[in-house]
Design a binder for this molecule. Structure first.
Ligand SMILES: [Zn+2]
Length: 454
């Protein structure tokens, strides 16, 4: 029978777009289930659109969020039918080490504030919500793995951010949920996921042969399988320090094209001795693993390093496997607008290392810097002009073939170096990009700005 709604009926393909858009912006307060309540047509169409229900963004905070997901998860699993591949994004926002890791949807929502909800308790104490969220995270993943792991073969992407630390690890339930073959898994993102050595001796993610993209940050997973076919990888430690278990997950991953390392001096990231496909290497901490000096990266063209306390450039220049002459882009990030420069002589050493880098990096197209590194680069350039040594950045081999751009990472602004720079033009750039640095006293500013931080 025709409904009186017929005239306003939205074509099915348009509805699909509307649903997809709604699903994209879904939050706990505006869940997908709302679509079922609009009208009968929408209800039928949404239920017929199985893939709509196959993306699980389970963000856990206060008790309400766990209660809701307990009810919703089995319904959604039923709605997505027996074949859809599953995309899982499961996070416990109460335990994350850095509240800035909250998502756009959860940021600022009181449901996810990592504080006790008991106003009479001490602010640092935990209310029941914390344990409820931890248990719900594990039972949710267990539900998504199905009986005897039957659903794991349908996992397509898996993102877990559980807020674990070596002293607060996952239980056997979590270890079991992660112990089944996942032949369709393309993407794995594990942040703060820890399992005890004794909890299980089962391999974690025993089948990773389809995983192209892997992220492992602040994890302690002694029985994690390796990701030998990954093309993109992010690995290491952002907050964890101390007795870190060596990371073996990439030690046979020779196909990696993009590698982001968060190294720490107290941990070891095992890597293959040859990265024949690697084009991009980003090192996100002020520690260059000694292993890098033994690795060959013939195709590397995009290198990013990090500088706050120790100048990383001499170590990079000593890595024989890094083809400095092929690099198209070099990035040096420094935090807080400052790097540790204690004296004029340290500035001179830093400046000389930069010039050594530039002399070898004759294919450079982009140079991107932030904070103190940018200040040193600009001063190094106008010092060479003042000393009459400047004929563009690459006077001997570069000529006019290609002119590099210098990029300010903090503002996103870029400036092309054409060889016609003057002391004044570079100092004007310094004033524009680094208002805290006085070009006339830049080294003193660098020394002061670092120590004023601490
Ligand atoms: Zn609570």
């Amino acid at each position: 029978m025709a409904s009186n709604h017929d005239n306003a009926r939205v074509p099915f393909d348009i509805l699909g777009l509307i649903f997809a858009h709604y699903a994209e912006g879904e939050t706990i307060r505006f869940p997908l289930e709302t679509l079922l309540l609009v009208c009968k047509d929408w209800n039928r169409a949404a239920l017929g659109h199985r893939a709509l229900w196959s993306r699980f963004r389970i963000y856990l905070g206060r008790e309400n969020t766990s209660v809701m997901w307990k009810a919703r998860l089995p319904q959604r699993l039923a709605r997505c039918g027996p074949d859809c591949l599953l995309d899982i994004d499961l996070r416990n926002l109460l335990d994350l080490l850095n509240p800035e890791d909250a998502t756009e949807e959860t940021n600022g929502d009181e449901l996810y504030l990592p504080l006790t909800c008991d106003p009479t308790a001490e602010w640092s104490s935990e209310c029941d919500c914390f344990d409820i969220a931890r248990q719900c995270a594990e039972s949710s993943l267990s539900g998504l793995s199905g009986p005897d792991g039957a659903l794991c073969s349908r996992w397509r992407t898996l993102r877990l951010e559980l807020g674990h630390t070596p002293s607060r690890v996952g239980s056997r339930l979590l270890a079991d949920a992660l112990s089944y073959p996942t032949p369709n898994l393309r993407m794995v993102y594990l942040n703060q996921v820890c399992l005890e050595t004794q909890a299980t001796e089962k391999t974690v993610l025993p089948n990773t042969s389809s995983v192209l993209n892997v992220t492992l940050l602040d994890c302690e997973l002694p029985f994690l399988h390796t990701f030998d076919d990954a093309h993109e990888a992010v690995i290491g430690w952002r907050y964890l320090v101390g007795n870190l278990t060596p990371l073996r997950a990439l030690h046979r991953a020779k196909q990696v094209q993009t590698l982001v390392l968060w190294p720490d001096s107290s941990g070891r990231i095992q890597l293959p001795v040859q990265f024949h496909q690697l084009k991009t290497l980003h090192i996100k901490a002020n520690y260059i693993p000694t292993e890098l000096s033994a690795i060959e990266f013939p195709l590397l063209n995009d290198l990013a390093i990090y500088w706050d306390v120790q100048n990383p450039i001499p170590l990079i220049l000593s890595c024989r496997g890094i083809p400095i002459e092929n690099l198209r882009r070099i990035t040096i990030e420094s935090p807080f607008q400052a790097i540790e420069i204690n004296s004029e002589s340290e500035y001179v050493a830093a400046s000389e290392s930069l010039l050594a880098l530039f002399r070898r990096a004759t294919s450079l197209k982009d140079m991107a810097f932030s904070g103190g590194a940018l200040a040193i680069v600009l001063k190094t350039l106008w010092d060479t002009i003042e000393n009459g040594q400047y004929k563009g950045l690459f006077p001997s081999t570069k000529g006019s073939v290609e002119l590099p751009w210098i990029i300010n990472l903090d503002g996103g602004d870029a400036f092309e170096l054409d060889g016609e720079e003057t002391v004044e033009s570079l100092q004007a750039l310094c004033i524009r990009w680094l208002p805290d640095y006085d070009p006339e006293n830049l080294v003193e500013c660098l020394i002061e700005s670092y120590f004023s931080l601490f």
